[in-house]
Design a protein around this ligand. Sequence first.
Ligand code: GRF
Length: 223
Amino acid sequence: MVALLRRSCKKKMKRLGVLLSGRGSNFTAIAYNIAQGKLTGCEIAVVISNKADAAGLAAARELGLKALAIEARGRKRAEHDAEIIATLREHGVDLVILAGYMRLLSPEFVQAFPERILNIHPSLLPAFPGLDAQEQAFNYGVHVAGCTVHFVDEELDHGVIVLQKTVPVLPGDDAQTLSARILEQEHVAYSEAIARVLSGEYRVAGRRYVRAGRPDGAASRNS
Ligand code: GRF
């Protein structure tokens, strides 16, 4: 009886659904952080890719996670998205994690998980949305680059910003070395942002993500 009570008092694990299209280094960083107890209160329920040969999908299988390919080729976006939404629901997903998912989500998808879809982008948004953000930033001559974790809305790389990390551009950098250092920060930032969102200790005011206990919503450095 006591054990039963304890069990029912235990906080329910939040279930993450990861969508990816490629190598999946952000996904594996999240998976390792969960395995190592650095990211708590959640588990990965399912990993879905629009590419059957995505390295990230193979990595998910190696980690013993449920990994599914739902290919988009030859299908309308709405139909493909509907299958993904249904699969995420079947797996009881609370929070959708886009980790290098190279497809735009339909409005129906965004509306199916309101403020429950996160994306990571390798620039300090709103600068350099879209493809090859690190190269865009480097070629523009920025002195500070970085990454952004944001809620997904119906516009590309546009939703409310949960967290950003800055990365200085160093003498001798090229687009590749800069990308590599941004990626290191992405691997830290994504788990931090997931923890923040799962904690529920925030509110969204217009475009602003306001952390609880910070009435002015002031963001600290690298936040
Ligand atoms: C990352 O740079 C991420 O910011 C962007 O796509 C890339 C995915 O890399 N959205 P990986 O597949 O997680 O290694």
